[in-house]
Design a binder for this molecule. Structure first.
Ligand code: NAI
Ligand code: MG
Length: 484
């Protein structure tokens, strides 16, 4: 396969509708997580490149893009979605190789990217203001308007999905975007820019600057020409982005991951639950913001669930992305080191099972054997901190009150799920669980692009996906006319 996304040069940036090298001409190596080799080089964008991108975005707003009616923006998004699907094989290969994602999982991400474009294509002309009854002699109405230039800092775990949900919604509302993908995985961002260009997105409506977080990312966040920041990534960088944006008094959307629980009650359908209990923790090798890393199980079915999950772990296959196994490599050997140090912190815990790494997995790859712990105290570091790797902990509970206390007992609150056939319990827990999304007898709702998503607490704030994202990517103007 070619490593040139859509046949473009990966050392180029996409600014004002044109491809070219960074102003400084510097490049960075992009590594293959499956074997540690260098896949290709990417441009190391600087503050000067970010400045050019923000100016190009502002020029788009002042020009053709800013004048397009909403339904025309929708048409362009629909064409982008169609082009994504047309190139599904190429995009799957790129994302799989770049992120180390098993092929089937990478393909699902391409489909999700297309779905975001389709959803926001249809939504673009269906967001509107209101007329407000007011005093005699007035007519009052509201206008939903784009923020202007929006900054998008995207991580390496689901580049295509996160670009889809954030850039898709921002473009639908008529913003002009500057996208800074992660230095660890950015080929799909470059491919997406080329697709947008071929689909007729006016120059400057989307600009892509690759580079380091501390350099290009920090410059984008600090730029005075940016009117909204959207960030998905670590809590630490999220705090930096919020405080930097505060200096410019710019709104931020932060999606910072979690420690999401699944609660399994004695009246649950365990056959239905089991694949979700395991897959929700191991998808993308556990490097998922909404990964379910805590499994809370009621005493009466505890031993059964531990045994079944242990058996599932022993049957897992871990190996290169292209082999399309259950679990691929982590993004980098740095991430592998972090996850292995967490597994070492579990030395005092009961290790139920560990998956096997394929014997032919290349030595330079960032492989970690998926590991399952049981009888884990809710306050243990492995039950409190986001590990971001293929590690799950099982925690016993006696009753509903204790389950809620443990589930809500971390600083995060992104996703939670309840496995129980009692309708009354489902309704009670849906209200009492501290999370942005609660799933009843499922987990993740197959990624549903239509479903608002985001966190509370350290998981962040603001909502992405669905219609709700369109409110976040717009601002409301009230117009009051006194006409007598
Ligand atoms: P990170 O937060 O450093 O990187 C995410 C993005 O932020 C990348 O595009 C990076 O270039 C950018 N960035 C980094 N420093 C920046 C700065 N000072 N200003 C502006 N942008 C900056 O995450 P990292 O280091 O890759 O992963 C560390 C941990 O973060 C993971 O182990 C995981 O716990 C968490 N994480 C959570 C994600 C989620 O989906 N919520 C995604 C990626 C990481
Ligand atoms: Mg970092």
């Amino acid at each position: 396969m070619t490593l040139r996304p859509m046949n473009i040069d990966p050392t180029h940036l996409f600014i004002a509708g044109a491809w070219g090298p960074s102003l400084g001409g510097d490049v960075l190596p992009l590594l293959n997580p499956s074997d540690g080799s260098t896949l290709c080089h990417i441009a190391k964008g600087s503050a000067a490149d970010i400045d050019a991108a923000v100016r190009a975005a502002q020029a788009a707003l002042d020009g053709e893009w800013g004048r397009l009616p909403a339904f025309e923006r929708g048409r362009i998004l629909a064409r982008i979605g169609a082009e994504v699907l047309e190139h599904i094989d190429h995009l799957t290969d790129l994302e799989s190789m770049d992120v180390g994602k098993p092929l089937t999982q990478a393909r699902n991400d391409v489909i999700a990217l297309a779905r975001y474009m389709e959803f926001y294509a249809g939504a673009a002309d269906k967001i509107h203001g209101e007329t407000i009854p007011f005093q005699d002699g007035y007519t009052v109405y509201t206008l939903r308007e784009p923020h202007g230039v929006t900054g998008h800092i995207v991580p390496w775990n689901y580049p295509m999905q996160i670009i889809g949900r954030s850039v898709g919604a921002a473009l639908a509302m008529g913003n002009a975007c500057v996208l800074k993908p992660a230095e660890e995985a950015c080929l799909s961002a470059l491919a997406f820019a080329e697709i947008c260009s071929r689909a007729g997105l006016p120059a400057g409506a989307l600009n892509v600057v690759t580079g380091l977080g501390a350099e290009a990312g920090a410059a984008l966040t600090a730029h005075r020409g940016v009117q909204h920041m959207s960030f998905t990534g670590s809590v630490g960088v999220g705090k930096v982005i919020q405080s930097t944006s505060a200096q410019n008094v710019v709104p931020v959307t932060l999606e910072l991951g979690g420690k999401s629980p699944q609660l399994v009650f004695e009246d649950a359908d365990l056959d239905a639950a089991l694949p979700f209990l395991v897959n929700a923790g191991l998808q993308n090798a556990g490097q998922t913001c909404s990964a379910s890393s805590r499994i809370l199980v009621q005493r009466g079915v505890y031993d059964d669930v531990v045994a079944r999950m242990g058996a599932a772990y022993r049957a897992l296959k871990v190996g290169p992305a292209a082999a399309d196994l259950n679990v691929g490599p982590l993004i980098s050997n740095r991430q592998k080191g972090i996850v292995e140090s967490y597994i070492a912190k579990g030395a005092d815990l009961r290790m139920v099972a560990q998956a096997k790494i394929a014997s032919d997995a290349p030595a330079g790859g960032a492989y970690v054997a998926a590991t399952l712990f049981a009888d884990v105290p809710p306050t243990h570091v492995l039950a409190q901190e986001e590990i971001f790797g293929p590690v799950q902990v099982i925690i016993p509970f006696e009753d509903e009150e204790e389950a809620i206390r443990i589930a809500n007992g971390t600083e995060f609150g992104l996703v939670a799920s309840v496995w129980s056939l009692s309708g009354a319990r489902q309704m009670r827990l849906a209200k009492r669980l501290r999370a942005g999304q609660v799933f009843l007898n499922n987990y993740g709702a197959a990624g549903g692009v239509e479903l608002p998503f985001g966190g509370v607490g350290l998981s962040g704030h603001g909502r992405e996906k669905g219609f709700e994202a369109l409110y976040g990517f717009s601002t409301l103007k009230t117009v009051a006319a006194l006409h007598g």
